[in-house]
Design a protein around this ligand. Structure first.
Ligand SMILES: [Zn+2]
Length: 141
C-alpha cells in the first residue's frame, strides 16, 4: 500500500492510527473473489464491500439462480472493486484524522451531542467521535 501519500501531513500517533485502522478495515481481493464465486448468489460479495442494497437484492432473487450467474462474471470485477473500496477507505481515514471528524461515524457508538469534548492537550473543542485534535494532533483520551 502506498500509505505515505495519505499520511504525509500526520504526526506519528496519527500515522500509527491510520495504519492500524486501515489494516483492520481494508478488504482483501482474494476474499472478494471467493465470496463472489461461492456465495455470490446470495449477494455475499456485495455485503463484503458494504453494498448492502445490492446484497439484499441478490439474496431476494437467489432462488432464481440468476444472481449466481451474474456473480460468476463479477468474480473478474472483484479485484478492481476491492482496490477502489480500499482507496476510498484510506481517503476517508485521512480526512477523518486530519479534520478531526468522526472516523467511520456510522460504526461509532452513540454519544450525547450535548457534552462538549475538549482536547486534553490544548483545550480545543473536539467533535464527539474524533480521535485526534485538529489543532495539536493529540490523541483524544
Ligand atoms: Zn489539541
Amino acid at each position: 500500500m502506498t500509505g505515505d501519500l495519505y499520511t504525509a501531513n500526520m504526526n506519528d500517533a496519527q500515522r500509527a492510527y491510520f495504519y492500524s485502522e486501515y489494516q483492520r478495515l481494508r478488504k482483501d481481493e482474494i476474499a472478494g473473489i471467493l465470496f463472489a464465486f461461492f456465495l455470490g448468489g446470495f449477494g455475499a460479495h456485495h455485503f463484503y464491500l458494504r453494498r448492502n442494497g445490492l446484497g439484499i437484492l441478490y439474496a431476494c432473487f437467489c432462488w432464481t439462480g440468476i444472481p449466481s450467474l451474474i456473480a460468476l462474471v463479477e468474480c473478474f470485477l472483484m479485484p478492481g472493486r476491492v482496490r477502489e473500496y480500499n482507496t476510498l477507505l484510506a481517503l476517508q481515514l485521512q480526512d477523518s484524522i486530519l479534520r478531526g471528524v468522526p472516523v467511520l461515524a456510522p460504526m461509532a457508538p452513540d454519544a450525547s451531542p450535548f457534552t462538549v469534548r475538549t482536547c486534553g492537550q490544548c483545550g480545543t473543542p473536539m467533535e464527539q467521535e474524533a480521535v485526534f485534535c485538529t489543532k495539536c494532533g493529540a490523541r483524544a483520551a
